[in-house]
Design a protein around this ligand. Structure first.
Ligand code: C2E
Ligand code: MG
Ligand code: MG
Length: 730
């Protein structure tokens, strides 16, 4: 658009009044003045009108190649005076933004060729601000006429509209970029069809990018859920936003868990739903993992104690509501520890897994099996009564009856099962579990591989057993054991020649506990090995210390449990303790009960011989209570028999006891063994035993078992020493 125009408003406007043609008769002067006046007035009105417009209006003379008119509006938009534009023809062009000049030139050409043209272009005002102008150009006049061809232009300021458009485009671009990069699927549904999906959705569902628009959104839900999802969404109405989890189905038919959030909006001016969809697969997996770790036993995959408590809670609530029943079974594998000890934990773990697999097959879907600890499993049977529970216990015992083959080993495990019933035996997890556990212990006491219902009478005895077993586990570490020493008196001289070391357990709550209460428990649990080792070590060090202090101690007797004695490294351990303590082997006397030595006598012969070769003395404790084979007794390298105190107790009154005691003495002597009488409490008993030729005695008549320092004092003083073959008063 060439704006090198100069102002010269022609009266020969195409449509306007034209001056009278020169060929006509000249009008008279008055007429002429009148006409000129009228023209001037019309021109004046016309100028006024153009001047009041907000749009720029100008007129360009093609012949003269300059702008011949421009209205006042140009000043408001360009910030320059009309005169500047009329005087400087180049100003029109230089004010156009450089990028838009070609487009403006094209419009200038077009208007001459076709009669009109239009374009939007930017101009730069005097203060360097940009304005968008919409120009419309019209060709007027005719090249042959006197005033020649002209172009009339109108320019409208459209800056505000352009800015709004630009902002819209920018936000649209931003929207599309965001949608493209979003890690969440974004969609628009209109008329029950997908109207828009961001790029992630086709990837999520395995479709090509342009394949999904137009699909029904419910086709993306797993078929079996479609109906319910549609129903549910309908019930929520069309106004409120919603969120729901569902199973989404991909193009290939595979599915994934998804979370959908949707809200009513408008899209392209019409009502629609906009929403997001998340693939929950990873989150679900993470959740599952967390749940597994928190609620399942990692070895067997069975529920752990936490989940069990929860399930029992639910089952109890249900039973309460329905006035129904519920059974809880505690199953413990008998002697499982032996498998662990002899074949290692790897085999033990595999065995537990195999047991878990078998017992899982026995229970109903509604039952829960949990692994509580080690080899203990708990079953919750909702709705089950005593009969059902007993039936289940028998099935479980049967299930374990076939041996398990683990890495080539054929292993047999037998279960002991305790049962408690809701509501009689407990109304919450704690009580039901505790009581079923007590019943299970009772089964163990009664010989294992069976089941039993809880009964109230079990409580005290088994509770103590539990309490003791639990406490024993850390008694050694907590240094709660101590030894007391009871003098062994040589009857011929009255000398204290040795002592028997006897263990005591200083329990923090129960006080001093006698061995009869905890040794059997320690034997059951295998803890006796470490406890026995501690006793042996402590006794040897103590005896050596007394000897070093010059006390006349010939020997210290230490009791050995059968469990300990059958340990493969027993002999080795004794040798090591003797060596480290420095006590001569001949000063150690190991006491084994008659039952211990006679059980598996052939095997024991080897161990006893090894000990004897080392120089260790051996005594048969509680003699007379078991069944001795004299043949073995003859072959065993033992040096002493200890007459059990049960024969000594009534020796004065009971002729049978007396006969037994006398027989033991004579057997012992005939095998060249020393004979010691245990439990001597009265002088009468002592006299009888002396008459019967017993070699030694031990009992309350001389002394109760004493703490180390008191025994040392007694050893030093030798209070029972005979004078002239007679007992002194003491
Ligand atoms: P035991 O080896 O036959 O020990 C003798 C038991 O008779 C001791 O009981 C002792 O205190 C008790 N006694 C001693 N004189 C008399 C008496 O005149 N009258 C009565 N009524 N009893 C008397 P304690 O210390 O309670 O030990 C009981 C059993 O516990 C022991 O019988 C022994 O079999 C076992 N025991 C004790 N200490 C140990 C130990 O360190 N290791 C093992 N494996 N067993 C032990
Ligand atoms: Mg003993
Ligand atoms: Mg004894």
């Amino acid at each position: 658009m060439n704006r090198n125009w100069e102002m010269q408003l022609s009266t020969h406007d195409e449509n306007g009044a034209q001056a009278p043609a020169s060929g006509n008769a000249a009008p008279d002067l008055t007429d002429r003045v009148l006409i000129e006046n009228a023209l001037r007035a019309s021109e004046e009105r016309f100028r006024e009108l153009l001047g009041s417009l907000h749009e720029i209006v100008w007129c360009y003379s093609v012949n003269e190649r300059k702008v011949i008119y421009v209205n006042d509006a140009v000043e408001g938009i360009y910030g320059r005076s009309k005169e500047e534009f009329l005087a400087n023809p180049k100003l029109w062009r230089t004010a156009i933004h450089p990028d838009d000049r070609d487009m403006a030139g094209h419009a200038d050409q077009l208007v001459l060729e076709t009669g009109q043209a239009a374009c939007d272009c930017r101009i730069v005002d005097a203060a360097d601000h940009l304005h968008w102008l919409h120009f419309r150009l019209y060709r007027v006049g005719d090249a042959a006429s006197a005033s020649g061809q002209r172009v009339v232009g109108v320019g409208i300021d459209i800056t505000a509209r352009k800015r709004a458009e630009l902002a819209l485009t920018e936000s649209e671009e931003l929207f599309l970029t965001t949608m493209g990069a979003a890690q969440v699927g974004i969609f628009v549904v209109q008329d029950s069809k997908l109207a828009y999906v961001n790029p992630l959705i086709p990837r999520m569902f395995g479709y090509r990018e342009n394949e999904m628009v137009g699909m029904a959104p419910f086709d993306l839900v797993a078929p079996e859920l479609r109906e319910s999802v549609v129903q549910e969404q309908r019930s929520k109405g069309s106004e409120s936003s919603r969120s729901f989890e569902t199973v989404a189905v991909r193009k290939d038919g595979s599915t994934f868990p998804a979370m959908v959030l949707a809200a009513p909006t408008s899209y392209k001016g019409r009502p629609a739903w906009t929403g997001t969809i998340f693939d929950l697969t990873e989150r679900k997996q993470a959740e599952k993992r967390i749940i597994e770790l928190a609620f399942f036993d990692p070895l067997t995959g069975l529920p752990n104690r936490r989940l069990l408590e929860d399930r029992v809670g639910q089952a109890v609530a249900e039973a309460e509501r329905k006035k129904g029943s519920l059974a809880l079974l505690v199953l413990d594998l008998d002697k499982f520890k032996r498998v662990n000890d002899s074949l290692g934990h790897g085999v033990g773990d595999q065995l537990l897994c195999s047991v878990a697999t078998r017992i899982k097959k026995v229970v109903r879907k509604t039952d829960t099996i949990a692994r509580m600890s080690g080899d203990e499993f708990v079953f919750v049977l909702p709705g089950s009564d005593a009969e059902g529970a007993a039936e289940m216990a028998r099935s479980l015992i049967n299930a374990c009856a076939q041996p398990f083959i683990i890495t080539g080993h054929e292993l047999t495990v037998t279960p002991s099962i305790g049962i408690s019933l809701y509501p009689t035996d407990g109304q919450d997890f704690e009580h039901l579990y505790k009581n079923a556990d007590l019943a299970m212990y009772q089964v163990k006491e009664d010989g294992r591989q069976n089941y039993q219902f809880y009964s109230q009478s079990m409580n005290s005895a088994t509770l103590e057993h539990l309490f003791i077993e639990h406490g024993l586990r850390n008694a050694l570490a907590a240094d709660q054991f101590l030894l007391v020493y009871q003098p062994l008196v040589l009857l011929r001289t009255g000398h204290i020649v040795g002592c028997e070391a006897l263990i005591r357990w200083q329990h923090p709550e129960l006080g001093l506990i006698q061995p009869i209460r905890f040794i059997p428990v320690a034997e059951d649990s295998g803890l006796i090995n470490s406890i026995g080792e501690w006793v042996l070590r402590k006794a040897c060090w103590q005896a050596k210390a007394w000897q070093d202090a010059g006390l006349p101690l010939q020997a210290i007797a230490v009791n050995v449990s059968p469990v300990q004695f059958r340990q493969s490294r027993f002999v080795e351990m004794v040798a090591e303790i003797l060596q480290t303590s420095g006590l001569p082997a001949s000063c150690l006397e190991l006491e084994l009960t008659e039952r211990t030595v006679m059980h598996d006598a052939e095997v024991n012969l080897g161990t006893l011989s090894a000990l004897s070769k080392m120089g260790v003395e051996l005594a048969v404790d509680d003699f007379g209570t078991g069944y001795s084979s004299l043949a073995y007794l003859k072959r065993f390298p033992v040096g002493k028999l200890k007459i059990d105190q049960s024969f000594v107790r009534d020796i004065a009154e009971d002729r049978d006891d007396l006969a037994i005691a006398e027989t033991i003495v004579s057997i012992g002597h005939s095998l060249r063994l020393n004979v010691l009488a245990e439990g001597v409490e009265t002088e009468e008993q002592l006299n009888i035993l002396e008459e019967g030729d017993s070699d030694m005695a031990q009992g309350y008549l001389f002394s109760v078992p004493l703490p180390a320092d008191e025994f040392a004092e007694m050893l030093r003083q030798q209070p029972f020493e005979k004078a002239d073959g007679k007992w002194k008063e003491w």
